[in-house]
Design a protein around this ligand. Structure first.
Ligand code: AMP
Ligand code: MG
Length: 493
């Protein structure tokens, strides 16, 4: 029987415009492709037909074993600082960009397979992925999207029928990832480290055309690009911190030019507020701890700035450094403003006052000292704002510092014009009830390893509307029980 061919209206700008920045490559053959999760709403947003894709032919495509018509699959090359040390050549070692489509709102999107087999950039790795990390990326990426945080997304998770050895035999799987682009700080670093300035320029022009087209004709467009990426990353990392997200592996190859979160390897959400929180089993020094993320983002942006220096001012290196430093030095203020604005919204404030930062720090210090659940506390403040302080107070063992804070907060709120009912509903649209709780994520991944995808589906459903409290989802709203123990995550390699 002749198989039908699902249609992708590809328009592959990376393949077309940037020869020399990738190798043409194809996915490995796998025995038994099967779609285990499929994101129909995202397919529709991309202008694709879910009925055509969530099929055996679609499974072959999403398992990397069948090249769709019009695809020009390729592996991108990039470099990157990993835990502070420079790796001059990384690249898609287990991923393939199969092509780009223009979505229904006119935005260009990459369709990438992750786990589709070895490429020339695999550096001894097997090029494969296993079901656990594939589902972690699927679930957390979709949760971030529902929380309103810029992120790559998951279109499909497919199993391959292979057994892959990690810490034991695991089902092989491929994630289909959608991104505004896969341009990374590390993509620029690769060519800059080789002194290939013309290629850095072509890459920068491509990035500008794709992400900041209004800069295309500006004389100082490369400095402009650095400025835009800096602003996007400052805003992104503030969003992470506001929601309690620890990325876990903020290497420069995992830092996007688009400002989207990418690579959900060892990431996790905090339960109790703790700037020193680290979940990744390989982050021994705590380089990527929760509270260090803004600083690390700035460090990563400095690596982008270095890669762009010869474009910023080719004739006068000192002037290039001065201009780039001027941009980078704005990062702390951009970050602080984004975080303060976010915190104001979380506690129901619209206006800005000098003392706001201190007010927020007081609350966080008390929460830290008393190991209070971050998500539950902020959610409970909506009710507290209209006088129902019971659930917020129940999260503290020692009430005095919290009560004192509430009274300062109420005084501050009294200087705002919001109606009490609006205040609570506004706060409840910002402070989620549901985040991907570590024990629930683990439960879903472990079930999937035995072929049961229902816990993953259920979790995805809960996380799709994180702000709407539903009694039947009560079990998803709190931290792990104490027997779950300290949480450790592993890179999905
Ligand atoms: P990551 O930690 O996922 O951001 O990956 C860092 C680098 O390692 C990238 O170049 C990946 O392509 C590569 N890599 C990760 N896992 C594998 C694997 N199983 N096989 C080949 N390359 C891999
Ligand atoms: Mg990566």
């Amino acid at each position: 029987m002749e198989l039908g061919s699902p249609h992708f209206p590809f328009d592959n700008s990376y393949a077309r415009d940037l020869p020399g920045f990738y190798v043409d490559w194809e996915g490995a053959k796998v025995p038994e492709p099967r779609i285990v999760l499929f994101n129909a709403p995202l397919a529709r947003e991309l202008g694709l037909d879910p009925e055509e894709l969530n099929t055996p032919e679609g499974a072959e495509i999403f398992a990397g074993t069948r090249k769709p018509d019009g695809a020009s699959p390729l592996a991108q090359v990039y470099a990157g600082h990993q835990f502070g040390g420079f790796s001059p050549q990384l690249g898609d070692g287990r991923a393939l960009l199969i092509g780009e489509v223009i979505d229904t709102s006119g935005k260009r999107k990459d369709i990438q397979l992750k786990g589709s087999g070895p490429t020339p950039f695999s550096r001894g790795g097997d090029g494969k992925a296993v079901i656990g990390p594939v589902l972690r990326e699927y679930i957390i990426g979709e949760a971030m999207h529902a929380l309103g945080i810029p992120t790559t997304r998951a279109l499909a998770a497919a199993t391959t029928g292979e057994t892959i050895f990690r810490e034991g035999p695991k089902p092989g799987a491929v994630l289909t990832r959608i991104a505004s682009s896969h341009l990374r700080v590390g993509t620029f670093q690769f060519f800059a480290a080789r002194g290939e300035t013309e290629k850095v320029r072509r890459l920068a022009d491509y990035a500008i055309a794709r992400h900041d087209p209004d800069l295309a004709n500006a004389g100082d467009r490369y400095l402009g690009l650095l400025q835009r990426v800096t602003a996007r990353q400052a805003s992104l990392v503030a969003r992470w911190v506001l929601v309690g997200f620890v990325h876990g592996v903020m290497n420069t190859d995992n830092t996007t030019i688009s400002g989207e979160t990418i690579d959900y390897g060892p990431c996790a959400f905090i339960d109790t507020y703790d700037p020193a929180a680290v979940f990744s089993s390989i982050d021994h020094g705590g380089r990527y701890a929760f509270g260090r993320q803004p600083m690390i983002a700035q460090w990563n942006l400095a690596r982008l700035a270095e890669a762009l220096l010869s474009l910023i001012d080719a004739d006068d290196p000192d002037k290039a450094v001065e201009s780039a430093s001027g941009v980078l030095n704005k990062f702390p203020d951009l970050y602080r403003k984004a975080w303060l604005d976010g915190m104001r919204s979380k506690v129901g404030l619209k206006s800005e006052e000098e003392g706001d930062q201190k007010l927020f720090e007081q609350l966080l210090t008390t929460m830290h000292e008393q190991k209070v659940d971050y998500t539950m506390l902020f959610r409970s403040l909506g009710a507290a704002a209209i006088g129902e302080t019971g659930s917020a107070r129940s999260l503290f063992q020692e009430l005095e510092p919290f009560d004192a804070w509430v009274s300062d907060w109420k005084e501050r709120l009294a200087r705002e014009s919001a109606q009490p009912s609006e205040l609570k509903s506004g706060m409840d649209r910002i402070n989620p009830v549901y985040i991907p709780r570590n024990h629930k994520v683990e439960e879903a991944l472990q079930a999937a390893e035995t072929g049961d995808y229902n816990p993953a589906r259920q979790l995805l459903e809960v996380l799709a509307s994180p702000f709407d409290e539903k009694p039947e989802f009560q079990a998803y709203a709190g931290p792990a029980p104490s027997e779950f123990g300290p949480y450790r995550t592993f890179c999905g390699t």
